[in-house]
Write a protein that binds this ligand. Structure first.
Ligand code: N2P
Length: 386
């Protein structure tokens, strides 16, 4: 039972149900009916858009508004890991027109030719992009030819303030990854529940950084050392998952999560609105953590690339980007959106960190597939406690 039934989450739920319904309909629409629709006078290319985006990553009404403004029908599917997106892309013929990979995964996908070039001259709102941010990933896609950034953020510590205080003492400052990676600290929180992202490359790079190694290291001895750290705290974790922690934090079913900043802040908002006294906070670890960018990209075999371009240009609008950031609590690299942000969003240092904090963040680069295989094996051993 979902104990949190806020207005916002209900609205969002309705939106997803509707979107799911649309997707089911479109899957059902195979030959006869589709052929009829496609052969209509308006090119089908312009009238449908198949989006595959992260879960909990759009403001309610944004898709509907786009549909209303353009007459384009949007089919909206969601995932909660780069690995899930990559599997679909690598299998080919995904049917998706627009996807949202994180920069390090995108880098290797672009290298194997998964995406088409984006003609920036066709995007009238592209000038809104904050170049000082996108410069950070300019080496991952020379000339940023195949992507337009959607959001950026961090992986950090979400926690239930009262539950943690009760177990670690009123003066304990929860700004360190010790709470997750030091078994003697994690053990004290085992009973209230620790959740960790099921994201091998991000979590292992954070552990590497925590133990003073290069976060992007592909050395097997570094991997082994980081795996050892994680394995020693593993007995005190409740689960590994990349989206479930939002409702669990909001409901008080877990007390600590290593998760995505906006997801944790969404949990905080949901908990506040539910009014059950659950107080959630987010902290960027003092040891530093990953700074990721989620990018909009069009697969090479996208059936409706023109519609994808229209959606990208829509997201780039200052008002649309601002309402996105105001609702999902992730930062948008959009200069036109900045004055339209709610004060509690623009002033929230967990969303828009200070320069000093930003300087401690690292950018992940693509892993080679050879290293990735070792990483996947190691990760599954950690998860199963072997
Ligand atoms: C949305 C998570 C998006 C952040 N739920 C991952 N880059």
């Amino acid at each position: 039972m979902n104990k949190v039934t806020t207005k916002e989450s209900k609205k969002k739920h309705e939106l997803y149900i509707q979107e799911e319904h649309i997707m089911k309909l479109s899957h059902a629409c195979v030959s006869v009916i589709c052929a009829a629709a496609i052969s209509g006078s308006v090119s089908a290319e312009d009238k449908v858009l198949n989006i595959y985006n992260w879960s909990d990553y759009i403001s309610p009404g944004a898709v509907k508004k786009f549909e209303k403004e353009t007459g384009i029908k949007v089919n909206y599917d969601v995932y909660d890991s780069n690995e899930a997106l990559e599997a679909k892309l690598m299998a080919g013929s995904s049917g998706y027109d627009l996807v949202f990979p994180s920069n390090s995964f995108f880098e290797r996908q672009v290298k194997v030719g998964v995406y088409q070039e984006i003609d920036k001259s066709k995007l009238s709102n592209y000038h809104n992009i904050d170049q000082s941010l996108t410069d950070k990933i300019k080496n991952q896609d020379i000339g940023n030819k195949h992507n337009v950034p959607y959001t950026w953020g961090t992986v950090g510590i979400g926690y239930n303030v009262d539950m943690v205080k009760k177990r670690l003492g009123p003066n304990f400052k929860l700004d360190s990854l010790d709470v997750l990676f030091k078994p003697e600290v994690a053990a004290k929180l085992q009973d209230c529940g620790i959740a960790v992202l099921d994201s091998p490359s991000e979590v292992m790079s954070i552990v590497n950084n925590y133990i003073g190694e290069d976060p992007n290291s592909e050395s097997l001895s570094d991997l082994k050392a980081s795996a050892k750290v994680l394995a020693s705290a593993r007995p005190y974790y409740k689960y590994f998952h990349s989206s479930k922690y939002i409702s669990d934090l909001a409901n008080g079913d877990i007390c600590v999560a290593l998760g995505y900043n906006g997801d944790i802040l969404q949990a905080k908002a949901r908990a506040k609105e539910a009014g059950q006294g659950v107080n959630i906070a987010y902290s960027i670890p003092k040891e530093g953590t990953v700074m990721w960018f989620d990018l909009m990209a069009i697969p090479k075999d996208a059936p409706h690339p023109k519609a994808a371009m229209k959606y990208i240009n829509y997201i780039l609008r200052g008002d649309v980007a601002a309402s996105l950031s105001n609702y999902i609590f992730y930062a948008v690299p959009n200069t036109a959106a900045m004055p339209m942000l709610d004060a509690d969003v623009s002033e929230n240092k967990g969303i828009y960190p200070t320069q000093a904090v930003k300087d401690k963040l690292f950018i992940q680069v693509a892993h080679t597939s050879k290293f990735d295989r070792s990483l996947t094996r190691t990760w599954s051993n950690i998860k199963t406690g072997r």
